[in-house]
Each structure stands twice: as structure tokens, then as C-alpha cells.
Design a protein around this ligand. Structure first.
Ligand code: ADP
Ligand code: NA
Length: 330
């Protein structure tokens, strides 16, 4: 039996990924590589929907790819490439935009949130059509499953609608993909503001654990994480968001159930618990960080791997795009 196709990606919006990206995306992706024919993209075309510095963008793109590999995405097994290297993404996005309703695109809540923050004049049309580009990303590879955070669920729904619409108007062309929504328990919050999602685009970095931070910095951030005055290591998301978040991280990295970790630290203070977590996270990050830095020390080799993977991606993408051109009369 041939394997089902999987597609996912991340924006190169920072020099380092954060622990939420690692737990919520990279660890899941790594575990899905055997079961699926997987395509993992660094979505640099998406990143320019907000203003960018060209040299920094190119560097962040490389760094993001290096962290994918360092975290265990194998470019010899999965297809790991940079979105802009495969021209079919932008081309298919244009065609899909012609079958997307203006009102339909206007209902995307992520656009409404982001554009409200930026104001109408600072908001680009590219940010508005971002979900159409995402649909193109997914549909080009005849994708069966798309692992995403729940904030992307609406975009995958749009992708499904566009695939069905295209198929019924022009004949069967696209596989209709299914989202795999990451579980709530894999959601990581900011260590200083444990009710906000940890994000690589957060304004303050004090509560963000970066994959590429020096171990001593990671250790400090964990020891300074916000907790509460109760003093017991107990999971209660509403009443104890800080401690619950630390328990989530501990459990996700060790693979141990939260209840077992609560038992281990019963009757001990937050200091002990944080030291335990510090050791777990520092040990987990250390080889990932070392491998990423090693890959980044040889950019020519990294670029060669990415180019070879882009060729592989383009083979699949170009075949889909050729069928699309033919069907629509181009
Ligand atoms: P960020 O907010 O860090 O910029 P993105 O929105 O680019 O992250 O998401 C990239 C991937 O990382 C997605 O799969 C998303 O679900 C996952 N992710 C991002 N932040 C977190 C988090 N705090 N907890 C769990 N998963 C996360
Ligand atoms: Na982001």
C-alpha cells in the first residue's frame, strides 16, 4: 500500500524556534515520518506578508530548516524544503484566488485579528490572501493529512472547500485533505504570562524558551517561571496556569503522564520541581542545539540538501500544476 501524504510547515519568523514549536510541531512531525510520505516546508513566502529585512529573512529561513533537521526531520526520508524554491506555490495560489470568494476570504479570523492590530493601511493584500497560498501549499502535494494548531483549522477548512469547488467545476484534480488538530495538552504557554500561548513572534522574550538559547539561559528562564503561592505541584489549568504549563512541558518531553510527575513531586516545593524540569529541558535541547549549530556552520552543504529536496518537491508540485493549467484552459 502506498503511504498517505502529509504536509506541514512553519514560518521563518525568528532566529530560533521556541519550545512550543518543538513540542507542538517538530516532535509530532518527527513521529509521523514513517507512517506518511511527508512534506515539510519552511514557508518564506508566507513570512513576507508582514515587512521583512531581506538578509535576515534568508538567514532565518536557513536557521529554521537547520532546526527541522536537528530535531529529527530527515531530509533523506521526508521532503524538507523552502517554499519559495518551488515556484508552483505562488502560481497555484493565483489560480485558487480566482475561485475564492472575497467574502469567504474576509471571514478568516486570523486575518481579522492581525489586520486589526496593524491597521488597514499597514495591512497588505498578501496577508489577506495568505490562506489561499496555504491552500496551494497543501493541494499541490495531493495531501491527505495536515497536522496544524487549532488556530489554523479554519484555513484547512477553506482549503477543503477550494479543493471540492475546483474538482466539481473542472474535474477531479485535488485530494481533499483532512486536518489533524494538535491536542490542547500539547499547547505551551509563555513562562512569564502563562495564559498567553508561547510564540516566536512574542514581543517580550523573557518567558520564551528558545531551542538555540545557551543552556544557562534556558535554565534561568525555567527557574524564574511564574508559578503561584499554593506551593503544590498540581495540574489545574484555570487556577494554576503557570504550574500546569510547566507540567505540560515536563510530560511532553519525557513522555510521562502528568499524574506520575505530580506524584513524584508531591510534598516537595516548586524549587525542586523547576530543577527537575530544567534538567529535562536542557538535556533535550542540548543535542538539538549542537546539531543545528553544526549544520549552520556549513551553509553550502545545508543549501545543497535544501536544493535537492526542493527538486523532489517540485516534481510532485509541477505535475499537479500542469494538470490544473490544463483543466482551467491555460
Ligand atoms: P509561533 O507562534 O511560534 O510563530 P507558528 O504560528 O508559526 O508559531 O506555528 C508553527 C507551529 O508550531 C504550528 O504547528 C503551531 O501549532 C506550533 N506551535 C506554535 N506555538 C505553539 C505553542 N505555544 N504550543 C504548541 N504548539 C505551538
Ligand atoms: Na507566528
Amino acid at each position: 500500500m502506498t503511504k498517505q501524504r502529509l504536509y506541514s510547515g512553519m514560518q521563518p519568523s525568528a532566529d530560533s524556534l521556541q519550545i512550543g514549536n518543538y513540542i507542538g510541531a517538530l516532535l509530532q512531525w518527527r513521529g509521523m515520518q514513517d507512517e506518511y510520505d511527508a512534506f515539510f516546508s519552511v514557508v518564506d513566502l508566507h513570512a513576507i506578508t508582514v515587512p521583512q529585512d531581506p538578509a535576515q529573512l534568508r538567514e532565518k529561513t536557513r536557521r529554521t530548516a537547520a532546526q527541522y533537521i536537528a530535531a529529527g526531520i530527515e531530509p533523506s526520508r521526508s521532503t524538507l524544503y523552502v517554499q519559495s524554491h518551488v515556484h508552483a506555490h505562488a502560481e497555484l495560489a493565483w489560480i485558487l484566488s480566482t475561485i475564492t470568494g472575497f467574502g469567504e476570504a474576509g471571514r478568516m479570523t486570523q486575518f481579522k485579528d492581525k489586520s486589526q492590530k496593524q491597521g488597514a493601511d499597514a495591512t497588505s493584500v498578501g496577508l489577506f490572501t495568505y490562506p489561499v497560498l496555504m491552500a496551494a501549499d497543501i493541494l499541490l502535494y495531493q495531501t491527505d493529512v495536515v497536522p496544524v494548531g487549532d488556530d489554523q483549522k479554519q484555513h484547512v477548512e477553506l482549503t477543503r472547500d477550494l479543493a471540492e469547488r475546483f474538482n466539481s467545476r473542472f474535474g477531479d484534480t485535488f485530494t481533499v485533505p483532512n486536518p489533524v488538530i494538535q491536542s490542547e495538552t500539547a499547547r505551551i504557554y509563555d513562562l512569564q504570562e502563562p495564559t498567553s500561548k508561547m510564540s516566536k513572534s512574542a514581543e517580550s522574550h523573557a518567558g520564551v524558551l528558545w531551542l538555540l538559547d545557551e543552556p544557562s539561559i534556558t535554565a534561568k528562564k525555567i527557574m524564574r517561571a511564574v508559578t503561584d503561592s499554593e506551593g503544590s505541584v498540581r495540574y489545574d489549568r484555570a487556577a494554576k496556569p503557570g504550574v500546569s504549563n510547566l507540567l505540560t512541558i515536563y510530560s511532553a518531553i519525557t513522555g510521562r503522564p502528568v499524574a506520575e510527575i505530580e506524584d513524584e513531586y508531591a510534598g516537595r516545593g516548586y524549587g525542586d520541581f523547576k530543577k527537575g524540569l530544567r534538567d529535562v529541558v536542557v538535556a533535550e535541547f542540548e543535542p538539538v542545539r549542537a546539531r543545528a549549530l553544526e549544520l549552520l556552520a556549513d551553509p553550502a552543504e545545508l543549501d545543497r540538501v535544501l536544493a535537492a529536496n526542493a527538486d523532489r518537491a517540485a516534481e510532485v508540485a509541477d505535475a499537479t500544476l500542469a494538470a490544473v493549467y490544463e483543466r482551467v484552459g491555460l
